[in-house]
Design a protein around this ligand. Structure first.
Ligand code: ATP
Ligand code: MG
Length: 604
């Protein structure tokens, strides 16, 4: 686990082999062949492009080309409300509504490249606004609706927001007081039927008065389409710029990595304020002509099972914290529901512990397929595909069209750059920085307002991910940690994820966050913050038992300190915020907390 020759994972679960039948059923049946034969140019041909060769527009691929086909009457969007109400829109409905929205923007003089922000939950207006904005060649920037006024202001300022689409309530609570400090924000559109708050415009009325026809202007593949802020796990969130041709990657990766097809009912639990909630929670399933399910309800294991059952979900894309929470409820819970339609489950955003993958096979009858990507990459880059054996705890292998490498790291922990050169590690099982060869369509094109940071993300011919991984003999990638999170203890490099995974194998442990704590002798010692499962008491005896358990399993790199913490800090996208655990431990400033998920019961 710590370097050359020491490649055995501490967590050794048997490989989950796919049957011949499973392989034959998959979209992509032969990984090696697909890697040889794939080209992004060919992937582009699976899309239609705008009529008369006018280019490639995300909203056209997602909506209009289906609306114009016999699929026009197929349900594109099924929004489950908090109160379990269901609102459906067909592809034809979605085309008309997004056309009206595009016309509203045009009517206000909002044009190409101008920034439209959304601050909305998972309601139909959100999807309409996203698609209408893209049709108008304006740039869409989704905000997480639970952001407070400060993060909203910061992002509107950085992104140069001209239009904001929100609800009257969110406007009054979060935007009204900061409006004066945002002179560039010329229009705020609010949903709902009531009178709009002062200074805002009624979206519904404007749309009702706008034509339902809209011709998408010629769209260059390199035209800016989306602005996405990162999760802020390692510091201040960065604004990553994406372009229209990204849709080629959204579509192709959904087919390959999520095994998605037009007949599917697809549910992506990610908030639309994050890149996952946009690339796969809006765009990809629509480009396939599938039915997209969204749920505005609470983060709750029972509710998820109910949505999966009632909406007859066939493909589910979610995150490790959700799966861990589900697992915590025991194997019996999913069995209370009819989940027989579900055929593929995937996870992203954080390392997926091997135990969760195995739990999936047992409790859902389906292994969980981990995959890896970032806000910057715009689409899935590495994954466990439907026809591929799953190695529990591994992120899988690079998708067709994706070239990934492990680069040697220098003293500062990042890939070593000598005169712009880097060294690619060819040997298996050696840790280094995960790098990708640029050239896929959904690659980000800039960090807004930070060209230096963008430049620093590249070395030689590579984009540097900032994540530390190792690749095994079979080409599977294993996540070790973020460059910043990797712990150096008594000459060992310790990946927090592996330690966390081992702790989670103890029946008492629901979740763990592991950091390096400065130590005069070891350099850093491994410290674990542990959330207990219901039914376990945080006793001294249990604490010592966990330390001993860790030592048995991990040897020298086991946590020396274990503390109980029922409220591990998470980002709103569901990641354990290790940098905050560390800052608190060291009594250092807590840094940018705009994306910190509030504790249950805390003021919003
Ligand atoms: P910031 O860049 O602001 O610190 P962030 O990196 O968490 O935030 P995202 O782009 O949302 O923002 O997340 C991408 C990161 O999430 C990856 O770089 C990686 O560290 C982690 N990640 C995503 N998927 C996986 C996975 N399957 N296994 C392990 N880590 C993952
Ligand atoms: Mg990042």
């Amino acid at each position: 686990m710590t370097g050359p020759g020491d490649g055995e994972a501490a967590t050794a679960y048997p490989v989950i082999r796919k049957t011949e039948e499973e392989i034959a059923r998959a979209n992509l049946t032969d990984y090696a062949r697909a890697r040889r034969e794939f080209s992004w140019t060919a992937a582009r041909r699976a899309l239609s492009g705008l009529p008369e060769g006018r280019g490639l527009n995300i909203a056209h691929e997602a909506v209009d080309r289906h609306a114009d086909s016999p699929r026009g009457g197929h349900v594109a969007l099924r929004c489950v409300g908090r109160d379990d109400s269901v609102t459906e829109m067909t592809y034809a409905d979605l085309r008309a509504a997004s056309n009206r929205f595009a016309n509203v923007l045009r009517g206000m003089g909002v044009g190409k490249g101008e920034r439209v922000f959304t601050l909305l939950g998972r309601v139909p207006d959100l999807y309409v606004a996203v698609l209408g904005t893209l049709k108008n060649l304006s740039v869409l920037c989704p905000l997480f609706s639970a952001f407070g006024p400060e993060p909203v202001r910061e992002r509107l300022r950085l992104g140069g927001g001209r239009v904001l689409v929100t609800t009257p309530e969110l406007y009054t609570r979060k935007v009204a007081a900061i409006r004066d400090s945002l002179p560039g924000l010329t229009h705020v559109l609010v949903s709902g039927d009531g009178p709009p708050p002062p200074g805002t415009l009624p979206l519904r009325r404007l749309m009702a008065g706008a034509p339902a026809e809209f011709e998408i202007p010629a769209t260059d593949p390199g035209d800016m389409a989306l602005l996405h802020f990162t999760s802020g796990t390692t510091g201040t969130p960065k604004g990553a710029v994406h372009v229209h041709e990204a849709v080629v990657a959204h579509h192709a990766t959904a087919v390959q990595a999520l095994d998605l097809r037009p007949s599917d009912v697809f549910w992506c639990t990610a908030d639309p304020g994050w890149v996952t909630g946009m690339s796969y929670g809006v765009v990809a399933p629509l480009t396939l002509g599938a039915t997209l399910v969204t749920d505005a309800g609470e983060f709750d294991a029972r509710r998820w099972c109910r949505v999966l059952q009632d909406q007859r979900v066939t493909v589910w894309y979610t995150a490790p914290t959700a799966l861990r929470m589900l697992m915590r409820h025991g194997d019996a819970l999913p069995r209370e529901y009819d989940l027989s339609r579900l055929r593929f489950v995937a996870s992203v955003g954080e390392p997926l512990n091997a135990e969760v993958v195995v739990w999936g096979s047992r409790a859902l009858g389906l292994p969980i397929h981990d995959n890896w990507w970032q806000t910057e990459t715009g689409a899935i880059m590495i994954g466990n595909l439907a026809a591929m054996d799953v190695k529990p705890g591994s992120m899988g292998r690079p998708l067709p069209g994706v070239e990934a490498a492990v680069l040697e790291r220098g003293a500062d922990g990042r890939a070593r750059v000598a005169g712009g050169a880097v060294r690619v590690i060819e040997e298996p099982d050696v840790e280094g920085e995960l790098a990708l060869r640029p050239g896929w369509p959904s690659m980000f094109r800039a960090y807004v307002g930070d060209p230096d940071r963008y430049r620093q993300a590249f070395a030689g011919d590579w984009y540097l991910s900032g994540d530390v991984v190792r690749r095994d003999r079979d080409g599977y990638f294993w996540f070790v940690g973020r460059s910043d999170d990797v712990i150096k203890s008594a000459g060992h490099l310790v990946g927090p994820f592996e330690v966390e995974s081992v702790l989670m194998e103890h029946p008492a442990v629901a979740e763990a966050g592991v950091i390096g704590k400065p130590d005069p002798v070891a350099g850093e010692l491994v410290k674990a913050f542990v959330t207990l499962n219901t039914g376990f008491e945080p006793t001294e005896r249990l604490r010592l038992e966990l330390i001993a358990f860790g030592r048995r399993r991990l040897g020298a790199v086991a946590p020396r300190e274990v503390v109980f913490d029922q409220n591990l800090p998470h980002t709103r996208s569901g990641k354990v915020m290790r940098r905050l655990l560390k800052a608190r431990e060291l009594g250092l400033p807590e840094g940018d907390l705009s994306t910190l998920e509030p504790r249950p019961g805390a003021a919003p």
